[in-house]
Design a protein around this ligand. Structure first.
Ligand SMILES: *Cc1c(COP(=O)(O)O)cnc(C)c1O
Length: 383
Protein backbone atom coordinates (compact mmCIF):
# COMPACT_ATOMS: atom_id res chain seq x y z
CA UNK A 1 0.00 0.00 0.00
CA UNK A 2 2.77 2.41 0.88
CA UNK A 3 5.02 1.31 -2.00
CA UNK A 4 6.47 4.53 -3.33
CA UNK A 5 4.87 5.80 -6.53
CA UNK A 6 7.15 7.43 -9.10
CA UNK A 7 7.21 11.23 -9.37
CA UNK A 8 7.18 10.91 -13.16
CA UNK A 9 6.44 7.52 -14.75
CA UNK A 10 7.95 7.17 -18.22
CA UNK A 11 7.23 3.46 -18.52
CA UNK A 12 3.45 3.74 -19.02
CA UNK A 13 3.88 5.78 -22.17
CA UNK A 14 6.69 3.48 -23.30
CA UNK A 15 4.33 0.50 -23.03
CA UNK A 16 1.62 2.31 -25.00
CA UNK A 17 3.78 3.06 -28.07
CA UNK A 18 6.50 0.42 -27.69
CA UNK A 19 5.91 -1.29 -31.05
CA UNK A 20 5.82 1.94 -33.03
CA UNK A 21 8.96 3.31 -31.41
CA UNK A 22 10.85 0.06 -31.74
CA UNK A 23 9.98 -0.10 -35.46
CA UNK A 24 11.19 3.50 -35.91
CA UNK A 25 14.44 2.76 -34.05
CA UNK A 26 15.14 -0.36 -36.09
CA UNK A 27 14.64 1.60 -39.30
CA UNK A 28 17.05 4.37 -38.29
CA UNK A 29 19.69 1.90 -37.14
CA UNK A 30 19.34 -0.25 -40.29
CA UNK A 31 19.44 2.70 -42.66
CA UNK A 32 22.46 4.29 -40.98
CA UNK A 33 21.62 8.01 -41.38
CA UNK A 34 22.41 8.62 -37.70
CA UNK A 35 23.00 12.33 -38.17
CA UNK A 36 20.64 14.57 -40.20
CA UNK A 37 18.62 11.56 -41.38
CA UNK A 38 15.17 11.93 -42.97
CA UNK A 39 13.37 11.76 -39.58
CA UNK A 40 15.03 15.07 -38.62
CA UNK A 41 13.38 16.87 -41.53
CA UNK A 42 10.06 15.09 -41.05
CA UNK A 43 10.04 16.10 -37.38
CA UNK A 44 10.86 19.72 -38.26
CA UNK A 45 7.90 19.82 -40.65
CA UNK A 46 5.53 18.25 -38.15
CA UNK A 47 6.61 20.51 -35.31
CA UNK A 48 6.04 23.57 -37.51
CA UNK A 49 2.53 22.35 -38.28
CA UNK A 50 1.91 21.69 -34.58
CA UNK A 51 3.36 24.95 -33.27
CA UNK A 52 2.11 27.44 -35.81
CA UNK A 53 5.51 28.75 -36.95
CA UNK A 54 6.87 28.67 -40.51
CA UNK A 55 10.13 26.98 -39.57
CA UNK A 56 11.38 24.61 -36.89
CA UNK A 57 15.03 23.79 -36.27
CA UNK A 58 15.65 20.81 -34.05
CA UNK A 59 18.85 20.77 -32.01
CA UNK A 60 20.76 18.97 -29.28
CA UNK A 61 19.07 20.44 -26.19
CA UNK A 62 16.69 23.08 -24.91
CA UNK A 63 19.73 25.06 -23.79
CA UNK A 64 21.12 25.21 -27.34
CA UNK A 65 17.63 26.18 -28.53
CA UNK A 66 17.90 29.30 -26.33
CA UNK A 67 21.52 30.06 -27.22
CA UNK A 68 21.14 29.80 -31.01
CA UNK A 69 18.76 32.75 -31.52
CA UNK A 70 20.86 34.93 -29.18
CA UNK A 71 23.96 34.04 -31.23
CA UNK A 72 22.09 34.74 -34.48
CA UNK A 73 21.04 38.19 -33.22
CA UNK A 74 24.66 38.94 -32.30
CA UNK A 75 24.00 39.33 -28.57
CA UNK A 76 27.32 40.38 -27.02
CA UNK A 77 29.01 42.07 -24.03
CA UNK A 78 27.18 45.29 -23.24
CA UNK A 79 23.77 43.84 -24.12
CA UNK A 80 21.02 43.28 -21.54
CA UNK A 81 18.72 40.25 -21.71
CA UNK A 82 15.76 40.21 -19.31
CA UNK A 83 14.96 36.84 -17.70
CA UNK A 84 12.88 35.67 -14.75
CA UNK A 85 14.82 34.63 -11.64
CA UNK A 86 12.34 31.90 -10.70
CA UNK A 87 13.32 29.40 -13.44
CA UNK A 88 15.84 26.74 -14.39
CA UNK A 89 19.44 27.95 -14.80
CA UNK A 90 19.59 27.43 -18.57
CA UNK A 91 17.38 30.48 -19.18
CA UNK A 92 20.09 32.82 -17.87
CA UNK A 93 23.12 30.63 -18.60
CA UNK A 94 22.99 31.17 -22.37
CA UNK A 95 23.05 34.94 -21.89
CA UNK A 96 26.22 34.71 -19.81
CA UNK A 97 27.83 32.38 -22.41
CA UNK A 98 27.80 35.29 -24.85
CA UNK A 99 29.23 37.78 -22.36
CA UNK A 100 25.93 39.66 -22.24
CA UNK A 101 24.23 40.54 -18.94
CA UNK A 102 21.15 38.70 -17.70
CA UNK A 103 18.89 41.11 -15.79
CA UNK A 104 16.76 39.19 -13.31
CA UNK A 105 13.09 40.12 -13.22
CA UNK A 106 10.49 39.08 -10.65
CA UNK A 107 7.52 36.80 -11.29
CA UNK A 108 3.88 37.03 -10.23
CA UNK A 109 2.97 35.27 -7.00
CA UNK A 110 -0.09 33.51 -8.44
CA UNK A 111 0.93 32.42 -11.99
CA UNK A 112 4.69 32.14 -11.17
CA UNK A 113 5.46 33.75 -14.56
CA UNK A 114 7.28 36.96 -15.56
CA UNK A 115 5.73 40.07 -13.99
CA UNK A 116 5.13 42.56 -16.84
CA UNK A 117 5.25 45.58 -14.49
CA UNK A 118 8.57 44.54 -13.01
CA UNK A 119 9.87 43.87 -16.54
CA UNK A 120 8.96 47.43 -17.51
CA UNK A 121 10.74 48.69 -14.39
CA UNK A 122 13.85 46.64 -15.22
CA UNK A 123 13.99 48.03 -18.76
CA UNK A 124 13.57 51.60 -17.49
CA UNK A 125 16.41 51.09 -15.00
CA UNK A 126 18.78 49.74 -17.64
CA UNK A 127 17.99 52.65 -19.95
CA UNK A 128 18.44 55.17 -17.11
CA UNK A 129 21.80 53.69 -16.04
CA UNK A 130 22.97 53.91 -19.66
CA UNK A 131 25.64 51.20 -19.44
CA UNK A 132 23.86 48.31 -21.17
CA UNK A 133 21.72 48.09 -24.29
CA UNK A 134 18.34 46.32 -23.82
CA UNK A 135 18.05 43.68 -26.55
CA UNK A 136 15.97 40.61 -25.65
CA UNK A 137 13.34 39.33 -23.21
CA UNK A 138 13.22 35.59 -22.46
CA UNK A 139 9.84 34.68 -20.94
CA UNK A 140 9.49 31.24 -19.38
CA UNK A 141 6.33 29.09 -19.47
CA UNK A 142 6.85 27.92 -15.93
CA UNK A 143 5.54 24.46 -15.06
CA UNK A 144 3.73 24.42 -18.41
CA UNK A 145 1.69 27.60 -18.36
CA UNK A 146 2.32 30.24 -21.02
CA UNK A 147 3.60 33.56 -19.68
CA UNK A 148 1.42 36.66 -20.17
CA UNK A 149 2.56 37.08 -23.78
CA UNK A 150 0.11 39.82 -24.84
CA UNK A 151 1.43 42.11 -22.07
CA UNK A 152 5.09 41.13 -22.55
CA UNK A 153 4.92 41.56 -26.35
CA UNK A 154 3.53 45.07 -25.94
CA UNK A 155 6.48 46.01 -23.70
CA UNK A 156 8.97 44.46 -26.15
CA UNK A 157 7.42 46.39 -29.06
CA UNK A 158 7.58 49.68 -27.16
CA UNK A 159 11.36 49.21 -26.69
CA UNK A 160 12.33 47.38 -29.88
CA UNK A 161 13.22 44.18 -28.01
CA UNK A 162 13.19 40.62 -29.33
CA UNK A 163 11.08 38.09 -27.44
CA UNK A 164 12.01 34.44 -26.89
CA UNK A 165 9.50 32.06 -25.37
CA UNK A 166 11.42 29.54 -23.24
CA UNK A 167 8.77 26.84 -23.68
CA UNK A 168 10.98 24.01 -22.37
CA UNK A 169 8.18 23.18 -19.93
CA UNK A 170 5.24 24.63 -21.82
CA UNK A 171 5.57 23.70 -25.48
CA UNK A 172 1.98 23.25 -26.69
CA UNK A 173 0.46 25.47 -23.98
CA UNK A 174 -2.09 28.01 -25.19
CA UNK A 175 -3.70 31.30 -24.19
CA UNK A 176 -7.16 31.76 -25.73
CA UNK A 177 -6.30 28.96 -28.13
CA UNK A 178 -3.02 30.53 -29.30
CA UNK A 179 0.48 29.21 -28.65
CA UNK A 180 3.45 31.41 -27.72
CA UNK A 181 4.24 31.48 -31.45
CA UNK A 182 1.47 34.10 -31.81
CA UNK A 183 3.62 36.63 -29.87
CA UNK A 184 7.25 35.48 -29.65
CA UNK A 185 9.97 35.98 -32.26
CA UNK A 186 11.36 32.57 -31.33
CA UNK A 187 9.84 29.68 -29.37
CA UNK A 188 12.46 27.37 -27.83
CA UNK A 189 11.78 24.03 -26.24
CA UNK A 190 13.48 21.02 -24.67
CA UNK A 191 12.81 17.32 -25.17
CA UNK A 192 14.69 16.25 -22.04
CA UNK A 193 13.01 13.05 -20.73
CA UNK A 194 11.11 14.72 -17.87
CA UNK A 195 9.54 17.43 -20.08
CA UNK A 196 5.94 17.05 -21.30
CA UNK A 197 7.06 16.31 -24.89
CA UNK A 198 10.26 14.33 -24.50
CA UNK A 199 12.71 12.03 -26.24
CA UNK A 200 14.96 9.30 -24.77
CA UNK A 201 17.93 11.55 -24.08
CA UNK A 202 18.76 15.19 -24.77
CA UNK A 203 17.06 17.14 -27.52
CA UNK A 204 15.53 20.53 -28.26
CA UNK A 205 13.95 22.66 -30.94
CA UNK A 206 13.32 26.26 -31.80
CA UNK A 207 10.71 27.79 -34.02
CA UNK A 208 10.49 31.06 -35.89
CA UNK A 209 8.67 32.57 -38.82
CA UNK A 210 11.66 34.83 -39.62
CA UNK A 211 13.17 33.21 -42.72
CA UNK A 212 16.51 35.04 -42.53
CA UNK A 213 16.94 34.25 -38.85
CA UNK A 214 16.17 30.58 -39.50
CA UNK A 215 18.86 30.42 -42.20
CA UNK A 216 21.50 31.87 -39.85
CA UNK A 217 20.46 29.50 -37.05
CA UNK A 218 20.68 26.47 -39.36
CA UNK A 219 24.22 27.50 -40.20
CA UNK A 220 25.17 28.17 -36.54
CA UNK A 221 23.79 24.78 -35.51
CA UNK A 222 26.36 23.06 -37.73
CA UNK A 223 29.62 24.94 -37.17
CA UNK A 224 28.59 28.06 -39.08
CA UNK A 225 28.54 26.51 -42.54
CA UNK A 226 28.34 28.69 -45.66
CA UNK A 227 27.95 27.23 -49.13
CA UNK A 228 28.87 23.77 -47.80
CA UNK A 229 30.02 22.21 -44.56
CA UNK A 230 33.69 22.89 -45.18
CA UNK A 231 33.03 26.56 -45.91
CA UNK A 232 32.63 28.24 -42.51
CA UNK A 233 31.28 31.78 -42.50
CA UNK A 234 30.50 32.24 -38.78
CA UNK A 235 31.48 30.73 -35.42
CA UNK A 236 28.90 28.06 -34.72
CA UNK A 237 28.55 24.87 -32.70
CA UNK A 238 27.70 21.20 -33.01
CA UNK A 239 24.07 21.60 -32.07
CA UNK A 240 22.46 18.75 -33.99
CA UNK A 241 19.79 16.38 -32.72
CA UNK A 242 20.45 12.65 -33.27
CA UNK A 243 18.21 11.03 -35.89
CA UNK A 244 17.21 8.39 -33.34
CA UNK A 245 15.72 11.05 -31.05
CA UNK A 246 13.77 12.56 -33.95
CA UNK A 247 12.33 9.12 -34.77
CA UNK A 248 11.17 8.72 -31.16
CA UNK A 249 9.69 12.21 -31.10
CA UNK A 250 7.63 11.58 -34.25
CA UNK A 251 5.70 8.89 -32.40
CA UNK A 252 5.46 10.93 -29.20
CA UNK A 253 4.22 14.06 -31.00
CA UNK A 254 1.35 12.01 -32.48
CA UNK A 255 -0.09 11.35 -29.01
CA UNK A 256 0.96 14.63 -27.38
CA UNK A 257 -2.37 16.50 -27.77
CA UNK A 258 -4.16 13.65 -25.96
CA UNK A 259 -1.53 13.71 -23.23
CA UNK A 260 -2.02 17.45 -22.68
CA UNK A 261 -5.74 16.79 -22.19
CA UNK A 262 -4.96 14.04 -19.69
CA UNK A 263 -2.67 16.37 -17.75
CA UNK A 264 -5.34 19.11 -17.72
CA UNK A 265 -7.88 16.62 -16.33
CA UNK A 266 -5.52 15.43 -13.58
CA UNK A 267 -4.66 19.02 -12.63
CA UNK A 268 -8.37 19.90 -12.44
CA UNK A 269 -8.95 16.91 -10.18
CA UNK A 270 -6.06 17.85 -7.88
CA UNK A 271 -7.33 21.40 -7.71
CA UNK A 272 -10.91 20.39 -6.87
CA UNK A 273 -9.65 18.06 -4.12
CA UNK A 274 -6.96 20.28 -2.56
CA UNK A 275 -7.80 23.94 -3.15
CA UNK A 276 -9.42 24.32 0.28
CA UNK A 277 -6.05 23.50 1.88
CA UNK A 278 -3.33 24.82 -0.47
CA UNK A 279 -3.00 27.39 -3.24
CA UNK A 280 -2.24 25.88 -6.65
CA UNK A 281 -0.51 27.77 -9.48
CA UNK A 282 -3.22 30.00 -10.96
CA UNK A 283 -3.94 29.66 -14.66
CA UNK A 284 -4.68 32.76 -16.71
CA UNK A 285 -8.25 32.86 -18.05
CA UNK A 286 -8.51 30.68 -21.14
CA UNK A 287 -5.11 29.06 -20.58
CA UNK A 288 -4.25 25.45 -21.38
CA UNK A 289 -1.14 24.36 -19.49
CA UNK A 290 0.96 21.32 -20.32
CA UNK A 291 1.40 20.85 -16.55
CA UNK A 292 5.08 19.95 -16.63
CA UNK A 293 4.73 20.23 -12.86
CA UNK A 294 1.69 20.47 -10.61
CA UNK A 295 2.84 22.97 -8.01
CA UNK A 296 1.12 24.32 -4.92
CA UNK A 297 2.07 26.94 -2.34
CA UNK A 298 1.86 26.38 1.38
CA UNK A 299 3.24 28.33 4.34
CA UNK A 300 7.04 28.04 4.26
CA UNK A 301 7.18 26.82 7.90
CA UNK A 302 5.03 23.79 7.01
CA UNK A 303 6.74 22.66 3.83
CA UNK A 304 9.39 20.33 5.27
CA UNK A 305 6.83 18.59 7.50
CA UNK A 306 4.43 18.22 4.55
CA UNK A 307 7.11 16.67 2.33
CA UNK A 308 8.20 14.26 5.09
CA UNK A 309 4.59 13.21 5.71
CA UNK A 310 4.07 12.63 1.97
CA UNK A 311 7.25 10.58 1.81
CA UNK A 312 6.11 8.38 4.68
CA UNK A 313 2.99 7.63 2.59
CA UNK A 314 5.09 6.70 -0.44
CA UNK A 315 4.26 9.86 -2.40
CA UNK A 316 7.29 11.80 -3.64
CA UNK A 317 7.29 15.61 -3.81
CA UNK A 318 9.93 17.91 -5.28
CA UNK A 319 10.78 21.60 -4.84
CA UNK A 320 11.06 23.58 -8.07
CA UNK A 321 12.89 25.89 -7.38
CA UNK A 322 14.32 26.13 -3.88
CA UNK A 323 16.74 28.93 -4.76
CA UNK A 324 15.95 31.57 -7.38
CA UNK A 325 18.74 32.29 -9.85
CA UNK A 326 19.59 35.72 -8.40
CA UNK A 327 20.61 33.87 -5.18
CA UNK A 328 22.72 31.23 -6.94
CA UNK A 329 26.53 31.33 -6.62
CA UNK A 330 27.07 31.59 -10.38
CA UNK A 331 24.43 34.29 -10.95
CA UNK A 332 24.19 36.46 -7.84
CA UNK A 333 26.50 39.17 -9.22
CA UNK A 334 24.10 39.98 -12.08
CA UNK A 335 21.61 42.84 -11.71
CA UNK A 336 18.08 42.42 -10.37
CA UNK A 337 15.15 44.67 -11.20
CA UNK A 338 14.48 47.48 -8.71
CA UNK A 339 12.89 45.86 -5.71
CA UNK A 340 15.22 42.86 -5.34
CA UNK A 341 12.66 40.23 -6.45
CA UNK A 342 10.66 39.58 -3.25
CA UNK A 343 8.14 37.30 -4.98
CA UNK A 344 10.82 34.96 -6.35
CA UNK A 345 12.35 34.81 -2.88
CA UNK A 346 9.02 34.08 -1.23
CA UNK A 347 7.93 31.45 -3.75
CA UNK A 348 11.18 29.52 -3.41
CA UNK A 349 10.22 28.93 0.23
CA UNK A 350 6.59 28.04 -0.41
CA UNK A 351 6.32 25.88 -3.53
CA UNK A 352 6.19 22.12 -3.75
CA UNK A 353 5.29 19.90 -6.71
CA UNK A 354 3.18 16.74 -6.65
CA UNK A 355 3.46 13.70 -8.95
CA UNK A 356 2.20 14.60 -12.44
CA UNK A 357 2.31 12.81 -15.78
CA UNK A 358 -0.23 11.92 -18.44
CA UNK A 359 -0.57 8.27 -17.31
CA UNK A 360 -1.37 8.86 -13.66
CA UNK A 361 -4.43 6.62 -13.27
CA UNK A 362 -7.46 7.48 -11.13
CA UNK A 363 -6.44 5.16 -8.28
CA UNK A 364 -2.99 6.75 -8.06
CA UNK A 365 -4.50 10.23 -8.23
CA UNK A 366 -6.74 9.25 -5.31
CA UNK A 367 -3.72 8.08 -3.39
CA UNK A 368 -1.85 11.35 -4.00
CA UNK A 369 -4.91 13.37 -2.98
CA UNK A 370 -5.55 11.37 0.19
CA UNK A 371 -1.87 11.52 1.16
CA UNK A 372 -1.78 15.26 0.49
CA UNK A 373 -4.85 15.98 2.62
CA UNK A 374 -3.51 13.92 5.52
CA UNK A 375 -0.01 15.35 5.20
CA UNK A 376 -1.28 18.93 5.07
CA UNK A 377 -3.26 18.33 8.26
CA UNK A 378 -0.21 16.78 9.93
CA UNK A 379 2.02 19.65 8.85
CA UNK A 380 -0.51 22.20 10.14
CA UNK A 381 -0.62 20.49 13.53
CA UNK A 382 3.15 20.35 13.79
CA UNK A 383 3.47 24.07 12.99
C1 LIG B 1 14.76 22.06 -19.06
C2 LIG B 1 14.78 23.54 -19.25
C3 LIG B 1 15.72 24.16 -20.11
C4 LIG B 1 16.88 23.44 -20.72
O1 LIG B 1 16.60 22.34 -21.49
P1 LIG B 1 17.72 21.19 -21.72
O2 LIG B 1 17.13 20.39 -22.83
O3 LIG B 1 17.85 20.44 -20.45
O4 LIG B 1 18.98 21.86 -22.13
C5 LIG B 1 15.63 25.53 -20.30
N1 LIG B 1 14.67 26.26 -19.70
C6 LIG B 1 13.77 25.71 -18.86
C7 LIG B 1 12.73 26.58 -18.23
C8 LIG B 1 13.80 24.33 -18.60
O5 LIG B 1 12.89 23.80 -17.77
Amino acid sequence: MNDPIPFIDLSAQRARIRDKIDARLAKVIDEGAYVQGPEIFELERQLSAFGGMDDTIVCGSGTDALALPLMAWGIKPGDAVFVPSFTFAATAEVVAWLGATPIFVDVLGDTFNLDPENLQQAIDEVIRAGRLTPRVVIAVDLFGQAADYPAIRAICDAHGLKLISDAAQGFGATLSGKMASAWADVVSTSFYPAKPLACYGDGGALQTSDVELAAIIRSLRIHGYGTDKYDNVRIGMNGRMDTIQAAILLEKLAIFPEEIEARMAIAARYEAALADLVTPQRLLDGAVSTWAQYTVKLPAARRDAFMAAMKSRGVPTVIYYGKPLHRQTAYKHFPTAGNGLPVSDRLSGEVVSLPMHAYLDAATQDRVIAAARESLAEAAEAA
